[in-house]
Every structure is written in C-alpha cells, then in structure tokens.
Unconditional design. Structure first.
Lengths: 187, 267
C-alpha cells in the first residue's frame, strides 16, 4: 500500500520503484563470490571439525557407558566371589565343628575305656594281693597254730612231745580236721 | 498511522519526506575513484561473510568434548540446520548438503540482522542482487542433483510427467511444473527474502524518521505523540530480529525441500 501511495504521490518516480528489483551487477558478483568463498572456506576449516567433534563426543559417551557397564559387571563378579568364599568358609567352619565334636566324643570314649581298664587292673591287682596275703597269713597261722597247740598240749600232758613223730601226726590230723571244718563253715 | 504522517507531510513546512526506495540506494563510498562501485550494502555483505567465517572457525577450533558457552552456541547453530533441517527434510544422504544449507542460513541470517545492528542498520538482502544470487545457487544445486540422478531428459520428464495421473491432466500440468521448477522457485525464494527485508526496513525508517520529525516539529500535538512513534520503532526492532532469522530459516528450509524432492525417485 505504502509503495503504491508513495509512487503515485510523486515522492519517488516510477523508474525508481522498478530499480528496487533490478539487481546491480557488482552486487550479483560480490554476493556470489562472497557466498561461494565463504562456503568453500567453511567446508575446509569448520564443518569437518564439527563432525569430528560430534563423533568424538559420541565415542566418548559410548565409551563411558561401556566403562560403567564393565565396572558394574566387575562389581557383580566380586560380589559373587565374596559370597562363594563366605559360603565356603561357613561350610569349612561347620566341618571343623563336627570334626571337633567327633574328636571330643572319641577322646571322652578313650578316656573312659582307659579309666575302666585302669580300674580293672587296680581291682585285679588288689584281689591278687589280697589272695597272696591270705595265703601267707594262712601258712603263718597254720604253723603258729600247730606250735601253740603243741605248747598247750605239752603243758597239759606235762611232757615234751615236740620231737615225737606221733605227736606231730596227731597235730597234723587235728589241723586238717580244723581246716576241713573251717572250710565247711565258710561255705 | 503512516498515512496520517504522510498526509501531514503535505501541509507541514518544510515537510516530512517519507522513506522510499531512495533510502535503499547508497552513494559510492569512494566517488570518483576506480572503486566507485563500492557501496555500504556491498561492504556489509562482505563483512557478513567474514563474521560467519570467524564465528564458525573459532567455534570449531577448540573441539572440546565438553563445550564451553561459545562453542556450544556455534555447535548449536550448526546442528540446528544439520539435524533440524537437513536430516529431517532430506533424510538418507543428507550429509553432503549440510555445508551448503548451514552456510546459506548463517549468511542470510547475519545479513538480515544487519538491519537492526547499530551503525550498519541496513538489511543487505533488501538489495535484490544478493538474494537473487543465493536463490540461483540453490536453483543450480537442486537442478544439478535431479539431472545427475535421472539424466537431463529423465529429470525433466519426472518433473513434467509425474506418473499415476490421468492422461488429460498432463497438458495442463507439464508446463506449470516446468515453470515452477525453472522459474517460480528461484524467484519466489529471492523475492520473499528481499520483500520481507525491504518492508521491514521501510517500517523501521518510517517509525524512526517520523518520530524524529514529530519531535522536532513545532506542533505540540505532534510533539506529544512522537514518543509513541519512537516506542513503536523499538518494538518493531525486536519484531524485525525475529522476522530476519525466520526468513533465513524459511529460505534454508525451502532449499532443503527442493533438494529432497530432486533426490527422490518419484516426483
């Protein structure tokens, strides 16, 4: 609207209004050269750098992700390893515990049987000792009883019978009677 | 509002001269020398190319895996076009065309933004020659892709006679499609860009020059109203910043669409 009005009002001439669309040669040339040189320079110095930077950035990000994934896998492996070790240790501990228990009961059993054996030994030794003492006492007693009886008899009879073979036989018989009667009495 | 100001221009003395096409014609910077053809828009376009080059090369040089603020900004600009336009529109085999599309976008965006950058304050691409050349570049690119894919006749046959249509449609369709690919596309690319920049610049000039004129006018009503015009200029500056980047994006997006179409087997 403005243009038409201005043109008709005579502020600008018809020739001038057309000149807005008639390109000037130097503008065509400078515009074209400026643009083409700019395009060529940027294609050479700037745009490849951008693409390279973008690629490096992508690689860096992907590398970072990969690294994180690797670290995560490593952590998981370590955890599994620790858990396996823990389970091993627990198993080992329980084995040791049961072994110790077995050992303990074995030791107790051994001690018990040893003690029993020792006790038996002591008992049998005591029995043997007692038997020996008894036999010794018996032998001594039988000798003593014979002598006392003879003494007594000689005192009663008033004569020495010590060397008499008959007296000796009488005493022996007497003692044998005593023994047999005492044995019967023991029964 | 603009018509009021213009109407007042007739009554006021010495009168308000509204902005016009004359404001887009810059005098030579070195008059009377061999480089008389050097003008402000011309230098601005070269400056834009230098700025874009510095922006991308400095941003690309460090190549840190964890980018700083500047490197991130530069990389974001690159990936905005690389992924948001080239990859999403072209798809398979888009890598080859990323440099072209990114350069087109950045060059147009910086040239456009010159429209609101102090001291320069002129959108270079409002001069029709620059966008025309850019449009011809993208025209050559997509034609080249199509012809390399299907051969010269094969490509134009696929453009003019897309398969699967009733035969009587073709006499109507074929010339329209040919005109579309050969003429309409490049000119619509260039015109859209230039017209947007032109209109934006005219609007900014109108609000700024009008506000200044009203402020210095003896008429008290105009003096009081002047701040509104100047505030409008400030508001429009933000709006222009948006339009300037948007137009760069549209040009890039359409170029990518044309490339994608030329690459695809069926039309």
């Amino acid at each position: 609207m403005s243009l038409t009005y201005l043109a008709s009002s005579g502020v600008i001439s018809a020739e001038e209004s057309i000149s807005a669309l008639v390109p000037k040669t130097e503008e065509l040339i400078v515009g074209l050269l400026g643009f083409l040189v700019l395009l060529w320079l940027l294609k050479k110095f700037a745009y490849p750098q951008f693409e390279a930077t973008f690629q490096e950035r992508t690689a860096a990000i992907e590398g970072g992700i990969e690294k994180a994934e690797k670290a995560q896998a490593e952590a998981a492996a370590a955890l599994a390893q620790y858990q396996a070790q823990l389970a091993d240790a627990r198993g080992e501990a329980s084995t040791i515990r049961s072994e110790a228990q077995a050992e303990r009961s074995r030791i107790v059993e051994e001690a018990r049987s040893e003690a029993t054996a020792a006790a038996e030994q002591v008992t049998s030794r005591a029995a043997a000792q007692m038997e020996a003492d008894r036999l010794a006492a018996k032998a001594e007693l039988s000798a003593e009883v014979g002598r006392i009886a003879l003494d007594l008899a000689s005192r009663v009879v008033g004569e020495a019978l010590s060397d008499d073979a008959r007296a000796r036989a009488t005493v022996d018989r007497f003692i044998a009677d005593l023994e047999s009667s005492s044995q019967e009495g023991n029964r | 509002m603009s018509s009021t100001i213009v109407a007042m221009a007739h009554t006021a003395d010495p009168g308000f001269v509204p902005p016009g096409i004359g404001d887009f014609n810059y005098p030579p910077i070195f008059p009377g020398t061999a480089v008389e053809w050097v003008t402000k828009p011309l230098l601005a376009s070269v400056l834009a190319a230098v700025l874009v080059f510095v922006f991308f090369t400095v941003g690309a040089r460090k190549r840190a895996l964890v980018p700083g603020r500047f490197q991130f900004a530069v990389e974001s600009t690159y990936t905005f076009i690389r992924n948001g336009v080239a990859r999403d529109v072209i798809g398979h085999g888009f890598e080859k065309y990323v440099p072209f599309l990114v350069t087109v976008f950045a060059f147009i965006a910086v040239n456009n933004l010159f429209g609101i950058i102090p001291l320069i304050q002129f959108p270079t691409l409002a001069r029709f020659g620059f966008p025309l050349m850019l449009a011809i570049c993208s025209w050559l690119v997509y034609l080249g892709i199509g012809i390399r894919r299907a051969g010269f006749f094969g490509y134009f046959k696929s453009v003019m006679f897309p398969p699967g249509l009733p035969v009587f449609i073709y006499p109507l369709l074929a010339p329209i499609e040919l005109l579309q690919v050969l003429v309409v596309r490049p000119f619509s690319l260039a015109l859209r860009l230039t017209a947007n920049m032109f209109a934006g610049h005219i609007l900014l000039l109108l609000f700024t020059l009008g506000g200044t004129y009203m402020l210095t006018n003896e008429n008290l009503v105009l003096k009081v109203l002047a701040p509104f015009s100047l505030a409008g200029a400030i508001g429009l500056t933000s709006f222009e910043a948006f339009i300037e980047v948007l137009q760069a994006y549209i040009f890039t997006l359409l170029t990518a669409l044309y490339i994608a179409e030329a690459m695809s087997e069926e039309h």
